[in-house]
Design a protein around this ligand. Sequence first.
Ligand code: HEM
Length: 140
Amino acid sequence: MYHFIQKLHSGWAYLALLLLLIAVVNAILGFTSKKDFTAKDRKIALFALIGTHTQLLIGLILYFVSPLGLSVLGQMSNADYRLTSLEHPLINLIAIALITIGWSKHKKLINSEAKFKTFAIFYGLGLVLILSRIPWKLWF
Ligand code: HEM
């Protein structure tokens, strides 16, 4: 069970990060070129939302079955344990909350420029936060 979930979380991370990166670049390009926000742009943002939410669900399960999750939460003097049991989950929860807020906000906006700007800010912040707390040593 643990190995399957760990491999899934490790592999899905590529897809989630790629979809998020594409959505951020698309939002920045859309904003700077002042183009219309189309159904295609909405789909790009939606795929990034679904990709990161799926990773969140897999991460939540992993947290309870991994020897590097909840079980080592009490060992804060170890930087590797602190990263996987506290910093990585907490920062990612905040990042995905920001991405979700960005998605909800865009629905209330009418103006294309405002929609692209909202995605660029909220998805962009989410991406930076996620990248800041990836356990790179485990991943590569
Ligand atoms: C978009 C959000 C996330 C991304 C991109 C992400 C990515 C990653 C990556 C690349 C690793 C290293 C995997 C490896 O060992 O090969 C990892 C490990 C881990 N992640 Fe996440 N993660 C995310 C969210 C979460 C969340 C929300 C939780 C918990 C609530 C979580 C819990 C863990 C745990 C416990 C590990 C250590 C797993 C182990 O090796 O046993 N992750 N994550």
